[in-house]
Design a protein around this ligand. Structure first.
Ligand SMILES: Nc1ncnc2c1ncn2[C@@H]1O[C@H](COP(=O)(O)OP(=O)(O)OP(=O)(O)O)[C@@H](O)[C@H]1O
Length: 258
């Protein structure tokens, strides 16, 4: 296994009496795309919230590049290189696509209005913003208000805003949620662009086309607990996975992967 960027040790959280995540141990490897799969309500988003700091665990620890970040705020984690997107779109409708991405970049750099006193920095930010809009295939829409974009375009923009934080690892919670199936191949292209630029990705995704096309590794979570992990081919044939999770035949699609 290569360098580990994120590791959880016996991480868990209870809501009332219910253990939404129960002593989960995962290691996420640099440069890889790992997909977290599991039925609805299995605890995938909750695990993301624990990793990114939106929730404090009731037990266990989270490490980022060997540092214990369990009690650090989400903002501190972002500054360390952990980027996160959400199932719901979070864009500023009254700003253009370009402004949304640049604002995200400014927030990371903490430069606020000082940019107006440093022309070079300003130009540099604009250039980086253009590069990101190109990566998420929104260059043509840069001057559109975010509210004028389609839902799928807003999702791409959201991805651009997370990219603007220049993360070393990206946690993406269903980037295709609410997208029409015809839009999925474009999202796959965008994700490949991000992968090719060396960013490590952890993905929660239900659309199997996407999972098949991109995943180096699958981690299966059932009832808040880690079930198994491995390459998509192996995991899709694991009898435990088929028994506990599938039934519905979801991974049959993975098993026939070329
Ligand atoms: N803030 C909360 N308060 C109480 N219960 C919660 C909270 N967040 C999540 N849960 C519960 O924890 C369990 C796991 O939810 P979670 O959203 O993590 O599942 P998921 O695997 O992401 O599901 P989906 O695929 O439907 O998004 C569910 O039973 C959910 O109702």
């Amino acid at each position: 296994m290569g360098e580990i960027l994120i590791e959880t040790k016996d991480i868990g959280i209870s809501f009332g009496g219910h253990k939404a995540v129960n002593k989960v141990n995962v290691k996420l490897e640099k440069g890889k795309l790992t997909t977290i799969l599991g039925p609805n309500g299995a605890g995938k988003t909750t695990l993301f919230n624990l990793i990114s700091g939106l929730l404090e665990p009731t037990e266990g620890q989270v490490f980022f590049k060997g540092t214990d970040v369990t009690h650090l705020s989400p903002l501190k984690r972002i500054k360390m290189g952990m980027g996160r997107s959400f199932q719901l779109t979070n864009v500023f409708g009254a700003l253009t696509a370009f402004e949304n991405v640049r604002l995200a970049m400014q927030s990371k750099e903490n430069i606020g209005f000082k940019i107006f006193t440093d022309h070079r920095k300003y130009k540099d930010l604009n250039k980086k913003t253009d590069e990101i809009l190109e990566k998420v295939l929104l260059k043509d829409k840069k001057d559109f208000l975010a509210s004028e974009l389609s839902h799928g375009e807003q999702r791409k923009l959201e991805l651009g805003m997370v990219m603007a934080l220049d993360p070393e690892i990206l946690l993406l919670d269903e980037p295709t949620a609410g997208m029409a199936i015809e839009e999925v191949p474009v999202m796959i292209d965008i994700m490949r662009n991000i992968q090719n630029s060396g960013t490590t990705i952890i993905l929660i995704e239900h659309k199997m086309d996407m999972v098949k096309a991109l995943s180096d590794k699958l981690i299966i979570i059932v009832n808040g607990m880690f079930l198994t992990e491995g390459d998509p081919e192996t995991v899709s044939k694991d009898p435990e996975v088929l028994k506990a999770y599938l039934g519905g035949g979801v991974l049959d699609e993975l098993a026939v992967k070329g």
